[in-house]
Design a binder for this molecule. Structure first.
Ligand code: PMP
Length: 307
Protein backbone atom coordinates (compact mmCIF):
# COMPACT_ATOMS: atom_id res chain seq x y z
CA UNK A 1 0.00 0.00 0.00
CA UNK A 2 1.36 3.41 -0.96
CA UNK A 3 1.74 5.73 2.02
CA UNK A 4 0.15 9.14 1.55
CA UNK A 5 2.00 12.10 3.07
CA UNK A 6 1.97 15.86 3.26
CA UNK A 7 4.63 17.54 1.10
CA UNK A 8 6.83 19.18 3.76
CA UNK A 9 8.85 17.84 6.65
CA UNK A 10 11.15 19.43 9.21
CA UNK A 11 14.58 17.85 8.74
CA UNK A 12 18.10 18.92 9.74
CA UNK A 13 16.87 22.26 11.02
CA UNK A 14 14.72 23.26 8.04
CA UNK A 15 11.28 22.82 6.50
CA UNK A 16 12.00 20.98 3.25
CA UNK A 17 10.12 18.72 0.80
CA UNK A 18 9.64 15.36 2.51
CA UNK A 19 11.07 13.63 -0.57
CA UNK A 20 14.41 15.27 0.18
CA UNK A 21 14.38 14.36 3.90
CA UNK A 22 16.68 11.34 3.76
CA UNK A 23 19.20 9.74 6.10
CA UNK A 24 22.24 7.55 5.35
CA UNK A 25 21.99 3.77 5.60
CA UNK A 26 24.82 4.10 8.14
CA UNK A 27 22.64 6.07 10.56
CA UNK A 28 23.02 4.73 14.10
CA UNK A 29 19.26 4.83 14.77
CA UNK A 30 18.61 2.65 11.73
CA UNK A 31 21.18 0.08 12.88
CA UNK A 32 20.34 -0.06 16.60
CA UNK A 33 16.83 1.34 17.10
CA UNK A 34 18.32 4.33 18.93
CA UNK A 35 15.46 6.70 18.28
CA UNK A 36 12.43 8.09 20.07
CA UNK A 37 9.20 9.05 18.48
CA UNK A 38 5.82 10.54 19.07
CA UNK A 39 2.41 10.38 17.44
CA UNK A 40 0.17 13.41 17.51
CA UNK A 41 -3.23 13.89 15.87
CA UNK A 42 -4.63 16.90 14.15
CA UNK A 43 -8.40 16.94 13.71
CA UNK A 44 -10.29 18.99 11.20
CA UNK A 45 -12.31 21.49 13.25
CA UNK A 46 -16.11 21.15 13.44
CA UNK A 47 -16.66 24.16 11.14
CA UNK A 48 -14.17 22.77 8.58
CA UNK A 49 -11.84 25.70 9.20
CA UNK A 50 -8.53 24.91 10.83
CA UNK A 51 -6.96 21.93 12.51
CA UNK A 52 -7.14 21.10 16.20
CA UNK A 53 -3.91 19.55 17.43
CA UNK A 54 -4.69 17.34 20.43
CA UNK A 55 -2.55 17.86 23.56
CA UNK A 56 0.49 19.10 21.66
CA UNK A 57 2.34 20.36 24.71
CA UNK A 58 1.76 17.08 26.60
CA UNK A 59 3.11 15.05 23.68
CA UNK A 60 6.36 17.01 23.70
CA UNK A 61 6.59 16.75 27.47
CA UNK A 62 6.51 12.96 27.12
CA UNK A 63 8.93 13.16 24.20
CA UNK A 64 11.47 15.05 26.30
CA UNK A 65 10.91 12.65 29.21
CA UNK A 66 11.81 9.84 26.83
CA UNK A 67 15.07 11.72 26.08
CA UNK A 68 15.69 11.95 29.81
CA UNK A 69 15.19 8.19 30.20
CA UNK A 70 17.83 7.45 27.57
CA UNK A 71 20.00 10.26 28.98
CA UNK A 72 20.44 12.19 25.74
CA UNK A 73 19.78 15.83 24.96
CA UNK A 74 18.00 17.44 22.03
CA UNK A 75 19.11 20.76 20.66
CA UNK A 76 15.49 21.99 20.77
CA UNK A 77 13.54 23.12 23.82
CA UNK A 78 9.92 22.16 24.47
CA UNK A 79 8.83 25.56 23.15
CA UNK A 80 10.94 25.16 20.01
CA UNK A 81 9.49 21.71 19.32
CA UNK A 82 5.98 23.15 19.62
CA UNK A 83 6.90 26.07 17.31
CA UNK A 84 8.48 23.79 14.69
CA UNK A 85 5.34 21.63 14.72
CA UNK A 86 3.02 24.62 14.31
CA UNK A 87 5.14 25.94 11.45
CA UNK A 88 5.06 22.55 9.71
CA UNK A 89 1.28 22.22 9.99
CA UNK A 90 0.85 25.76 8.63
CA UNK A 91 3.18 24.98 5.74
CA UNK A 92 1.34 21.77 4.82
CA UNK A 93 -2.14 23.31 5.15
CA UNK A 94 -3.95 19.98 5.81
CA UNK A 95 -7.62 19.80 4.82
CA UNK A 96 -8.14 16.40 6.43
CA UNK A 97 -7.49 14.73 9.78
CA UNK A 98 -3.78 14.16 10.08
CA UNK A 99 -1.12 12.45 12.10
CA UNK A 100 2.19 14.05 13.02
CA UNK A 101 5.24 11.90 13.56
CA UNK A 102 8.11 13.59 15.42
CA UNK A 103 11.28 11.54 15.75
CA UNK A 104 14.52 12.13 17.62
CA UNK A 105 17.20 9.81 16.35
CA UNK A 106 20.88 9.01 16.79
CA UNK A 107 22.09 10.61 13.57
CA UNK A 108 25.78 9.69 13.93
CA UNK A 109 27.20 7.05 11.63
CA UNK A 110 29.51 5.05 13.92
CA UNK A 111 29.40 1.28 14.27
CA UNK A 112 28.60 1.06 17.97
CA UNK A 113 25.35 1.08 19.92
CA UNK A 114 27.00 3.36 22.53
CA UNK A 115 24.31 5.89 23.43
CA UNK A 116 26.75 7.96 25.47
CA UNK A 117 28.32 9.26 22.25
CA UNK A 118 25.14 9.32 20.15
CA UNK A 119 24.29 12.62 18.57
CA UNK A 120 20.52 13.18 18.36
CA UNK A 121 18.77 15.12 15.65
CA UNK A 122 15.05 15.84 15.32
CA UNK A 123 12.66 15.52 12.40
CA UNK A 124 8.91 15.59 11.93
CA UNK A 125 6.59 14.72 9.06
CA UNK A 126 2.84 14.42 8.60
CA UNK A 127 0.43 11.98 6.98
CA UNK A 128 -3.32 12.08 6.45
CA UNK A 129 -4.96 9.61 8.84
CA UNK A 130 -8.52 8.47 9.33
CA UNK A 131 -9.21 5.32 11.32
CA UNK A 132 -6.15 3.29 12.34
CA UNK A 133 -8.39 0.52 13.69
CA UNK A 134 -12.14 0.33 13.15
CA UNK A 135 -14.18 2.43 15.57
CA UNK A 136 -17.52 0.83 14.75
CA UNK A 137 -17.30 -2.87 14.12
CA UNK A 138 -15.88 -4.05 17.48
CA UNK A 139 -12.30 -5.29 17.48
CA UNK A 140 -11.23 -8.90 17.56
CA UNK A 141 -8.07 -9.26 19.64
CA UNK A 142 -5.79 -12.04 20.85
CA UNK A 143 -3.46 -12.22 23.79
CA UNK A 144 -0.06 -12.45 22.19
CA UNK A 145 2.50 -15.16 22.84
CA UNK A 146 5.04 -12.30 22.82
CA UNK A 147 5.67 -10.89 26.31
CA UNK A 148 5.76 -7.10 26.76
CA UNK A 149 9.24 -5.56 27.11
CA UNK A 150 9.89 -4.63 30.74
CA UNK A 151 11.15 -1.42 32.30
CA UNK A 152 14.66 -2.80 32.88
CA UNK A 153 14.84 -4.22 29.37
CA UNK A 154 13.52 -1.53 27.02
CA UNK A 155 11.38 0.91 29.00
CA UNK A 156 7.88 1.05 27.48
CA UNK A 157 7.44 4.42 29.22
CA UNK A 158 9.78 5.89 26.60
CA UNK A 159 8.62 5.61 23.00
CA UNK A 160 11.86 4.04 21.80
CA UNK A 161 11.95 3.04 18.13
CA UNK A 162 13.85 -0.20 18.82
CA UNK A 163 11.24 -1.25 21.38
CA UNK A 164 8.60 -1.42 18.67
CA UNK A 165 9.94 -4.73 17.38
CA UNK A 166 8.03 -6.10 20.38
CA UNK A 167 4.82 -4.49 19.09
CA UNK A 168 5.65 -5.52 15.53
CA UNK A 169 5.99 -9.20 16.45
CA UNK A 170 2.74 -9.17 18.41
CA UNK A 171 0.87 -7.29 15.67
CA UNK A 172 2.13 -9.66 12.97
CA UNK A 173 1.12 -12.72 14.99
CA UNK A 174 -2.34 -11.23 15.45
CA UNK A 175 -2.70 -10.30 11.78
CA UNK A 176 -1.68 -13.79 10.70
CA UNK A 177 -4.33 -15.27 12.98
CA UNK A 178 -7.03 -13.01 11.50
CA UNK A 179 -7.18 -10.67 14.53
CA UNK A 180 -7.23 -6.87 14.45
CA UNK A 181 -4.57 -6.46 17.11
CA UNK A 182 -2.84 -8.07 20.06
CA UNK A 183 -2.78 -7.53 23.80
CA UNK A 184 0.51 -8.22 25.53
CA UNK A 185 1.13 -9.49 29.04
CA UNK A 186 3.92 -8.39 31.34
CA UNK A 187 6.59 -10.89 32.37
CA UNK A 188 4.61 -11.34 35.61
CA UNK A 189 1.57 -12.35 33.55
CA UNK A 190 -0.67 -9.32 33.99
CA UNK A 191 -2.14 -7.35 31.13
CA UNK A 192 0.12 -4.58 29.84
CA UNK A 193 -1.37 -3.05 26.69
CA UNK A 194 -2.02 -3.41 22.97
CA UNK A 195 0.67 -3.18 20.28
CA UNK A 196 0.13 0.59 20.01
CA UNK A 197 -2.65 1.39 22.47
CA UNK A 198 -3.65 1.21 26.12
CA UNK A 199 -6.44 -1.09 27.32
CA UNK A 200 -9.52 -0.19 29.34
CA UNK A 201 -12.09 -2.66 30.64
CA UNK A 202 -15.38 -2.03 32.44
CA UNK A 203 -16.47 -4.24 35.35
CA UNK A 204 -19.52 -3.50 37.48
CA UNK A 205 -19.67 0.12 36.36
CA UNK A 206 -15.99 0.88 37.04
CA UNK A 207 -13.47 1.77 34.35
CA UNK A 208 -10.24 -0.16 34.86
CA UNK A 209 -6.85 0.23 33.20
CA UNK A 210 -3.43 -1.25 33.91
CA UNK A 211 -1.33 0.87 36.24
CA UNK A 212 1.56 2.97 34.88
CA UNK A 213 4.06 0.43 36.25
CA UNK A 214 2.65 -2.40 34.08
CA UNK A 215 5.19 -1.86 31.28
CA UNK A 216 2.86 0.42 29.34
CA UNK A 217 3.40 3.63 27.48
CA UNK A 218 1.88 6.37 29.63
CA UNK A 219 -0.70 7.18 26.99
CA UNK A 220 -1.91 10.72 26.57
CA UNK A 221 -5.29 9.40 25.42
CA UNK A 222 -5.31 7.10 28.50
CA UNK A 223 -4.72 10.13 30.73
CA UNK A 224 -7.43 12.09 28.92
CA UNK A 225 -9.95 9.25 29.29
CA UNK A 226 -9.25 8.88 33.02
CA UNK A 227 -9.95 12.61 33.43
CA UNK A 228 -13.12 12.42 31.31
CA UNK A 229 -14.41 9.42 33.25
CA UNK A 230 -13.77 11.14 36.57
CA UNK A 231 -15.60 14.25 35.33
CA UNK A 232 -18.50 12.02 34.23
CA UNK A 233 -18.65 10.44 37.70
CA UNK A 234 -17.45 7.03 36.48
CA UNK A 235 -15.24 5.30 39.07
CA UNK A 236 -11.72 4.68 37.71
CA UNK A 237 -9.27 2.02 38.90
CA UNK A 238 -5.62 1.96 37.82
CA UNK A 239 -4.47 -1.49 38.89
CA UNK A 240 -3.11 -4.85 37.76
CA UNK A 241 -5.48 -6.62 35.34
CA UNK A 242 -5.57 -10.40 35.00
CA UNK A 243 -5.91 -11.86 31.52
CA UNK A 244 -9.12 -13.65 32.49
CA UNK A 245 -10.66 -10.42 33.82
CA UNK A 246 -10.90 -9.32 30.21
CA UNK A 247 -12.91 -12.43 29.33
CA UNK A 248 -15.49 -11.62 32.04
CA UNK A 249 -15.49 -7.83 31.55
CA UNK A 250 -18.74 -6.06 30.63
CA UNK A 251 -16.97 -3.82 28.12
CA UNK A 252 -13.46 -3.22 26.79
CA UNK A 253 -11.78 -0.72 24.50
CA UNK A 254 -8.36 0.39 23.30
CA UNK A 255 -7.17 3.98 23.57
CA UNK A 256 -4.41 5.81 21.76
CA UNK A 257 -3.62 8.62 19.39
CA UNK A 258 -3.85 6.35 16.35
CA UNK A 259 -6.54 4.02 17.71
CA UNK A 260 -8.60 6.84 19.32
CA UNK A 261 -11.34 5.03 21.31
CA UNK A 262 -11.97 1.66 19.65
CA UNK A 263 -14.26 -0.84 21.33
CA UNK A 264 -13.42 -4.52 21.56
CA UNK A 265 -15.88 -7.23 20.63
CA UNK A 266 -13.86 -10.29 21.48
CA UNK A 267 -10.59 -11.44 22.97
CA UNK A 268 -9.19 -14.95 22.41
CA UNK A 269 -12.55 -15.98 20.94
CA UNK A 270 -14.52 -14.90 24.05
CA UNK A 271 -17.19 -12.31 23.32
CA UNK A 272 -16.94 -9.37 25.76
CA UNK A 273 -20.26 -8.56 27.50
CA UNK A 274 -23.11 -8.75 25.02
CA UNK A 275 -20.79 -8.21 22.03
CA UNK A 276 -21.97 -4.64 21.44
CA UNK A 277 -20.58 -1.18 22.11
CA UNK A 278 -21.28 -0.83 25.86
CA UNK A 279 -22.80 2.26 27.51
CA UNK A 280 -19.65 3.46 29.30
CA UNK A 281 -17.44 2.95 26.23
CA UNK A 282 -20.01 4.80 24.14
CA UNK A 283 -20.12 7.75 26.54
CA UNK A 284 -16.33 8.03 26.59
CA UNK A 285 -16.06 7.65 22.82
CA UNK A 286 -18.69 10.33 22.20
CA UNK A 287 -17.12 12.77 24.65
CA UNK A 288 -13.68 12.14 23.17
CA UNK A 289 -14.81 12.99 19.64
CA UNK A 290 -16.77 16.03 20.84
CA UNK A 291 -13.58 17.28 22.45
CA UNK A 292 -11.18 16.70 19.55
CA UNK A 293 -13.54 18.33 17.04
CA UNK A 294 -13.76 21.36 19.34
CA UNK A 295 -17.41 20.91 20.39
CA UNK A 296 -16.61 20.86 24.14
CA UNK A 297 -15.59 24.25 25.54
CA UNK A 298 -14.62 22.73 28.88
CA UNK A 299 -11.68 20.87 27.37
CA UNK A 300 -10.65 23.44 24.76
CA UNK A 301 -7.33 23.77 26.61
CA UNK A 302 -6.41 20.36 25.19
CA UNK A 303 -6.51 21.73 21.64
CA UNK A 304 -4.13 23.98 19.72
CA UNK A 305 -6.02 25.44 16.78
CA UNK A 306 -4.07 26.13 13.62
CA UNK A 307 -5.43 27.96 10.58
N1 PMP B 1 0.87 2.15 24.04
C1 PMP B 1 1.69 2.05 22.98
C2 PMP B 1 2.66 0.93 22.92
C3 PMP B 1 1.62 3.00 21.94
O1 PMP B 1 2.45 2.91 20.89
C4 PMP B 1 0.66 4.02 22.01
C5 PMP B 1 0.54 5.02 20.89
N2 PMP B 1 1.33 6.14 21.08
C6 PMP B 1 -0.17 4.10 23.15
C7 PMP B 1 -0.03 3.13 24.13
C8 PMP B 1 -1.16 5.19 23.32
O2 PMP B 1 -0.52 6.38 23.71
P1 PMP B 1 -1.11 7.79 23.30
O3 PMP B 1 -2.50 7.83 23.84
O4 PMP B 1 -0.21 8.77 23.95
O5 PMP B 1 -1.08 7.85 21.82
Amino acid sequence: MKQQYFPYAFFQGKLIPVKEAKVSIMTNALQYGTGLFGGIRGYLAEDGKGINIFRLSDHYQRFLQSMLIIDRKLKYSHQELVSITLALVKKNQPKTDCYLRPIAYAANLGISPDLSVADFDFAIYMIPLGEYLSLDKGLKLMVSSWVRISDNMIPARAKITGGYINSALAKAEAARGGYDDALMLTSSGHVAEGSAANLFIVRNGALITSEKTADVLEGITRRSIIKLAEDLGIPVEERAIDRTEIYVADEAFLSGTGVQVAWIREVDGRVIGDGKLGPISEKIKQKFFDIVRGREKKYSGWLTKIY
